[in-house]
Design a protein around this ligand. Structure first.
Ligand SMILES: [Zn+2]
Length: 251
């Protein structure tokens, strides 16, 4: 196995339908903490509060969830060089789609069209009614919360509102999963960026592309569960390596 950007560019040289798969590691350089490491979100928040059954049954849990969300979790974060490199790959006509485990919306903010991003774990700025499914505007809900309503309800049916971020015990959203399946069928290569490939079912997505005989390139700070399945893996920061790789591919 090779470990250089040149080696990665080599195995992807003639690939025009690359699937991009991203995890928390692509956003750490945007100042977004991951969930598990020291200083990560789980040192500030109680994971039990993000269990679907507890959220639905206890208004106190919902109040704590909204308290953690307002002010907006990622309001000040901006995309980094890795997010922009993904956009460059798309503009060069080499990308089939981007499947992300992240909830920060930074791929779209960098300029990737909405229909090219499948958010497997939801979006921190998305809110919907768990009963009727109607979306709610985060600013409107925040205004109600700030006004003292700590269990804001759906304006259409009075149902419980919840972030679209996928909670423990919750199924992954059907739309993004279907989109990812379509792209898996179309892809001729996959680049996994900033994911330890340890969270399932999300990690099946790059592995399935690799399982079809297409090259998988892994870019991650540390080892991943499936380094042995990668044609090339590169250890390091996504914001440095991915722009170099994309430049090598599109120039
Ligand atoms: Zn509703």
């Amino acid at each position: 196995m090779e470990f250089t950007v040149e080696a990665a560019a080599d195995v992807l040289a003639d690939r025009t339908r690359i699937l991009i798969f991203t995890g928390a590691g692509i956003s750490t350089e945007s100042g977004i903490p991951d969930f598990r490491s020291p200083g990560g979100l789980w040192t500030r928040l109680n994971p039990d509060d993000f269990t679907l059954s507890r959220y639905l049954s206890d208004p106190e849990v919902r109040a704590r969830s909204w308290a953690a969300r307002f002010p907006r979790l990622y309001g000040d974060s901006t995309p980094n060089a890795a997010h922009y490199a993904v956009v460059d790959l798309w503009k060069a006509g080499r990308m089939v789609g981007c499947v992300t485990q992240n909830i920060d919306g930074l791929h779209q903010e960098a300029g990737l069209p909405l229909d090219l991003v499948a958010e497997l774990h939801g979006n921190a700025d998305g809110i919907a009614c768990v009963d009727c499914g109607a979306p709610a505007d985060i600013h409107e809900v925040e205004a109600r919360y700030s006004g003292g309503d700590h269990d804001p309800r759906c304006l259409h049916c009075g149902g419980i509102l919840k972030t679209t971020v996928v909670f423990f015990e919750e199924m992954l959203p059907g739309g993004p999963i279907e989109q990812a399946q379509t792209w898996i069928g179309e892809a001729d290569a996959v680049i996994s960026i900033g994911s330890s490939l340890s969270v399932f079912p999300a990690a099946y997505i790059p592995l399935e592309v690799a399982g079809r005989g297409h090259p998988m390139v892994i870019i991650n700070k540390g080892p991943t569960e499936y380094d042995n399945r990668a044609r090339v893996r590169i250890r390091g920061m996504a914001g440095t390596i991915l722009p170099e790789l994309v430049t090598a591919l599109v120039s």
